[in-house]
Design a protein around this ligand. Structure first.
Ligand code: CLF
Ligand code: SF4
Length: 296
């Protein structure tokens, strides 16, 4: 870890299963699926399924209301001793659903104060929520940044929707990228630990990701997580016949990024938006709301 981190930040990282590879054997995360809408379109996504930026495509998480989420977090925290992080990562973009997302975080903060809060977003509206994130004590934020060059970004994002305006083509990518980098910089300046996720898309951004890594490191990102493209059924990339990278290609890229001095995450399990347990575990079915309500 970089030596400029405070002791407090190092401690926060040591108990976060995604930010610390050792921690993932001992500490569990819980995702609460309260955020169904999204404000951009990625070519690898099919909106019928969970957001692919931080999850597996082709799975559908059932959306909870903030009240249901509160009950569920209380129940899980009481039963799952290893729980250290509660995150919101979908099934759409959490910041495209700011009311339910922040209402839910507020409830978790109040009722389960000893877990760390984590947020994952495409970053489009991040700059508008910095104060709320700081106020709620959210210490870990993930931004999915697949490109910093709008000419590459336009091959990934056909459109972006913000404040009643729909942007397309290069303009859409340019807006999204500028907001992502702005959000990253603002969060880092407030001492929030930012992880950047990038989806490795062969033939589109695979050669470009070292430049992305370098830029986000300069802006203060703590960690870079490159995940292999998994194409959602019915997505544009499926129609285009795009392919996932081979494991060796992904490993080579991670090695290149690591050589440039970035801390690279290699143990991501591409969780569902409703995942519960240690990374790689999905114990959602062990914590069914109705059952918990009947048997507190
Ligand atoms: Fe969840 Fe993401 Fe927080 Fe982790 S997951 S919101 S940072 S608590 Fe982790 Fe899962 Fe990979 Fe995400 S293994 S998909 S990186
Ligand atoms: Fe789909 Fe997530 Fe992209 Fe939105 S940000 S289009 S939900 S993959």
């Amino acid at each position: 870890l970089s030596s400029c981190l405070s002791n407090e930040a190092e401690d926060e990282i040591s108990r976060h299963p995604c930010y610390n590879e050792e921690a993932h054997r001992f500490f569990a995360r819980m995702h609460i699926p309260v955020a169904p809408a999204c404000n951009i379109q990625c070519h690898y996504c099919n909106r019928k399924f969970d957001c692919v930026n931080e999850s597996r495509p082709g799975v559908v998480s059932e959306v909870l209301t903030p009240t249901q989420a509160e009950q569920k977090v209380k129940g899980v925290a009481a039963q799952l001793m290893q729980l250290s992080v509660v995150g919101i990562a979908g099934p759409g973009d959490p910041l495209a659903n700011p009311e339910v997302t922040f209402d839910t975080f507020e409830r978790v903060k109040e009722h389960v104060p000893d877990v760390s809060l984590c947020l994952s977003t495409n970053g489009l509206t991040l700059y508008r929520h910095i104060e709320e994130i700081v106020r709620l004590g959210i210490r870990h934020v993930t931004i999915t940044i697949n490109a910093i060059d709008p000419d590459i970004g336009r091959e990934i994002y056909p459109w972006v929707f913000d404040e009643g305006v729909r942007y397309e083509g290069r303009e859409a990518a340019e807006l999204l990228i500028s907001r992502q980098l702005q959000g990253l910089e603002l969060l880092a300046a407030r001492g929030i630990l930012v992880k950047v996720n990038s989806v490795m898309i062969p033939g589109i951004n695979d050669q470009h990701l070292p430049a992305v890594s370098k830029r986000v490191k300069e802006l203060g990102a703590e960690l870079h997580n490159v995940t292999p493209l998994i194409i959602a059924p019915g997505s544009q990339y499926e129609r285009d016949g795009r392919k996932a990278p081979r494991p060796k290609e992904l490993n080579n890229l991670q090695e290149i990024l690591g050589r440039d001095g970035m801390k690279v995450m290699r143990h991501c399990r591409q969780c569902r938006a409703d995942a519960i347990g240690l990374l790689g575990q999905d114990r959602n079915q062990d914590f069914v709301l109705e059952k918990m309500e009947a048997d507190p």
